[in-house]
Design a protein around this ligand. Structure first.
Ligand code: KE4
Length: 424
């Protein structure tokens, strides 16, 4: 596969940006090759600068549930641009999108729009601390909630592949307020609450962990978190930056029937534009400035272009719920194919799948928690990644990311992917 133009751009990029990228996972660091530079994308496909075409299962890490450059989204975004890109003042579009979010996620009685998932989780935690007057938080090992200081403690996503689970530059005093439990391990949560009585402001969790690869909550785990946080006066925050609008229009909280006190959304809610949201119970959110003492602000928060993209994306998902059945069915087909490949080649592959999210772990273990995920053979994953890439399939350049399927992936795309998977 010719990648000469990517190589040229990469050389230049290395001199301009750390690792030549603006987000670490894009550097392909754990798959042993230099990154591809993308020229454009359409539907289920991305095209690199050398003209190579790939069926895309990264989908920009989640926003691309409708496929790239959806014509109806592009049309309204282009039109909106002619009316101005940002005003730094309220617009009716923010009302529209906020109301749609509340209709889809009723637990979000009041919301605040920000520009990234990191901002959303950081702000949700600040709101929870302001509401409870407490300092400590609980997160789970291998879960990733963006790169705010207090959350870069035993994080997931690229923090796993960089083997720097505790990032440089985070003062020990910040990390000391962050307690770490184990996903799907109720006792680890109980212990933290018992040993930190009345000190825990919030517990933040990805209701489906997707940053150590996809790890599903065991039966009753989320309702256990709901109960123990309520019993201890701690705010339960569902980080649905990935699962929001992905696992159905109501996200993971609808899928599993567990209602948090606060939710963070990102990715899909902005339709590919920089947009994320935090929100929840009115009694918590009313503490956020200007109505309360929890300060949070943003120049481009809720800007007219991102809200336009978000409104149209959410509208299309609300109007076409059949999209969810189709992408789940296609994801199940892929999951079955990975299992068939394991059978055919005697490979150790364990697949986790829910809705249109899945991960193929290169391990002989069941992956029900962090330990299971990191038991994976990342060299085997790298070989698989490069084999797929050379055959026109672009999967996540890391074992510890999710595979995303969009409404633009056709039956032919799925069939081609399976053919590649099942070839020698
Ligand atoms: P951003 O700040 O990247 O918009 O969102 C942070 C975030 C928060 N919560 C969850 C559950 C997330 O998955 C993320 C970001 N996800 C990663 C991929 N696993 C983004 C890709 C990247 O870091 O380049």
């Amino acid at each position: 596969m010719n990648t000469s133009k990517s190589e040229e751009l990469y050389k230049i990029a290395l001199d301009l940006m750390p690792g030549g990228v603006n987000s670490p996972v894009r550097a392909f660091g754990s798959v042993g090759r230099n990154p591809l530079f993308i020229d454009h994308a359409k539907g289920a496909y991305v095209y690199d600068v050398d003209g190579n075409e790939f069926i895309d299962y990264v989908c920009s890490w989640g926003p691309g549930i409708l496929g790239h450059a959806h014509p109806e989204v592009i049309e309204v975004v282009v039109k909106a641009c002619f009316d101005g890109l940002t005003f730094g003042a309220p617009t009716g579009k923010e009302n529209t999108l906020a109301a749609m979010i509340r209709e889809c996620v009723p637990s979000m009685e009041m919301v605040r729009m920000v520009n990234s998932g990191t901002e959303a989780t950081m702000s949700a935690i600040r709101a929870a601390r302001g509401y409870t007057g407490r300092d400590k938080i609980i997160k789970f090992k291998g879960c990733y909630h963006g790169h705010s200081d207090g959350l870069l403690v035993q994080a997931g996503s690229a923090a796993l592949t960089q083997s720097v689970p505790d990032s440089g530059g985070v003062p020990a005093s910040f990390a000391s307020q962050t307690l770490v439990a184990l996903f799907n391990d109720k006792d680890s949560v109980r212990e933290l609450f018992e040993n930190n009585k009345d000190q825990i402001a919030a517990l933040i969790v990805e209701p489906v962990a997707a940053n150590m690869g996809v790890v599903l909550p065991e039966e009753g785990f989320l309702s256990f978190l709901r109960d123990i946080t309520a019993e201890n006066g701690a705010v339960l925050i569902f980080d649905e930056v990935i699962t929001g609008f992905r696992l159905g229009i109501g996200g993971a909280q609808q899928w599993y029937g567990v209602e948090p006190d606060m939710t963070t959304l990102g990715k899909i809610v902005g339709g590919g534009m920089p947009m994320a949201v935090y929100g929840g119970k009115r009694e918590i959110m009313k503490n956020v400035a200007p109505t309360g003492k929890v300060y949070q602000a943003g120049t481009l928060s809720g800007n007219p272009i991102a809200t336009t993209a978000g409104i149209k994306t959410v509208e299309l998902l609300m109007d076409h719920p059949e999209i969810y059945e189709r992408i789940e069915a296609n994801t199940k087909k892929l999951a079955a194919a990975y299992e068939a490949r394991a059978e055919k080649f005697g490979q150790n592959i364990h697949v986790n799948q829910v809705g249109s999210l899945m991960s193929a772990f290169f391990t002989d273990q069941d992956v029900k928690d962090y330990a299971g995920a990191v038991s994976s053979d990342t060299d085997a994953y790298a070989r698989y990644f490069n084999y797929m890439l050379e055959h026109g399939i672009y999967v996540a350049p890391s074992q510890f990311e999710a595979m995303f399927i969009s409404g633009a992936h056709s039956d032919e795309d799925i069939a081609k992917t399976i053919d590649v998977l099942m070839a020698d």
